[in-house]
Design a protein around this ligand. Sequence first.
Ligand SMILES: [Zn+2]
Length: 267
Amino acid sequence: MFLDRSKTIFMTGYWHFLINSVFLLCLGACIYFTAVWWIYMIIIFIHALIMIYGSAYVGSQFYLKTYLKGKQKKEKIISLTFDDGIDQEITTKVLDLLKKYNAPATFFCIGKKLVPATYPILKQMDRDGHLVGNHSFSHSNFFDFYSSARVQKELEDTSQIITNVLNKKPLWFRPPYGVTNPQIGRAARRLGYEGIGWSIRSLDTVIKKTEDLQRRIQKRLHCGAIVLFHDHHEKILDILENFLIYLQKEGYQVVSLEKLLNIKAYQ
Ligand SMILES: [Zn+2]
């Protein structure tokens, strides 16, 4: 039985609205009481800081209801997610490893990488019991500056390809770089998307030494974790296999994100 999505959609945008209302009220009070200039500056500065936090932190819930982890407190289950694919060579090897260890995962694919040559890999993901989510079309560095209409177009284009190939429409969106803002939130909500974040960011594309990276993930491991990896670089293969072996040793089971979060991946 999956959660009622109407409840999650109701929550979206709430914090953004509340904070801006408080901000305007404070400014109004300043004008009314003819406050000195530096009080305005403090209020504007605090508001800016809160807004930056709301955009930069994927779990802020400012603009989009976003899941960061499961509710499990004692059950040793976690989910794996991979961003920025499909990479013809690496994603295929990741799929082989996941099959070897019987671990389901979710792939947040970039639309422009979903080309006819990668369709068989997309189909294999589905056949192997993995889930597919939307990670924008371009993954542009300027994605956060796009208008709501342009973000919506990116999400629709990616969704269209996934739907055509798999015959299922994805409901999950992972914002590029984990950044959200009013435009991205509006577009994602309009299309009925739910945000999927993470509770363990592996930093597999940043940290150079595999051992440091391994230590980082292991130290943060917890019940209900959503782990973020990337399936477009060679290093992931060693990292993933070592992590899957470690999970078995520690008695953790890898489950699908649908099971971990109790929400549906497709419409
Ligand atoms: Zn990404």
